[in-house]
Design a binder for this molecule. Structure first.
Ligand code: FMN
Length: 191
């Protein structure tokens, strides 16, 4: 089952905007994330929940999508995520912003797996300016944005492509907007 969830949990860049995400759903994702491992159990993160239109409209334009497909402006109009969780580090709890760079990925993936279990989806967004997000959300100085996770009801098709060594790892789309994600084969990643 976990493998099925891991396969289902793709990075979606198109959502059904009519499916809103509730605060309770986001709280449940964060509640899963708080059980994640953390370096020396530091747990320096807090979570800004964005699910109301005004908040979404502040965050969406500050996020960068699909850098490998510069010819497309994703998400397409009307296909935006209906929630974001901005993972922030509370520097009063730990001011070292480098120490927890691995931890942030673990909490983000935990939340995405929780979303996949509910037939929702999302994507991690690292392409943003922490300063601009902090300003837009009027965050206090001790809360530093580390990673953004978008959520929604996926509304696009993603296909995993098993690739051989030497083949391109670059993701791509066909004329029908089907998104292909190349993944290296098991035999090629075990040393
Ligand atoms: C830490 C991290 C940051 C990411 N940031 C972005 C981003 O800013 N914009 C984006 O479109 N995708 C972003 N992605 C998604 C990756 O492009 C995606 O994981 C990759 O293409 C593989 O697709 P998959 O997640 O469906 O396997 C990010 C992924 C990770 C792990």
């Amino acid at each position: 089952m976990l493998k099925d969830l891991a396969k289902k949990s793709r990075s979606y860049r198109g959502y059904d905007e009519s499916r809103k995400i509730t605060r309770e759903e986001l709280l449940e994702f964060v509640d899963c994330a708080r059980y994640a491992p953390s370096s020396v159990n530091g747990q320096p993160f807090q979570y800004v929940l964005a699910y109301e239109p005004e908040m979404l409209q502040k965050i969406q334009p500050l996020t960068g999508w699909a850098r490998a497909l510069p010819e497309l402006c994703l998400p397409f109009p009307g296909k935006c995520p209906t929630a974001f969780i901005v993972i922030v580090q509370n520097t009063d709890w730990d001011a070292d912003l480098k120490r927890y760079l691995k931890d942030v990925g673990i909490v983000a993936q935990t939340m995405l797996l929780a979303a996949a279990e509910k037939d929702l989806g999302g994507i991690m967004i690292g392409n943003f300016s922490p300063e601009k997000i902090a300003e837009a959300l009027e965050l206090p100085e001790n809360l530093v944005p580390m990673l953004i996770v978008a959520f929604g009801k996926p509304d696009e098709q993603i296909v995993i492509k098993e690739i051989d060594e030497g083949e391109s790892i670059r993701y791509y789309r066909d004329a029908n907007n089907v998104h292909y994600v190349p993944k290296r084969k098991l035999k090629d990643i075990v040393v």
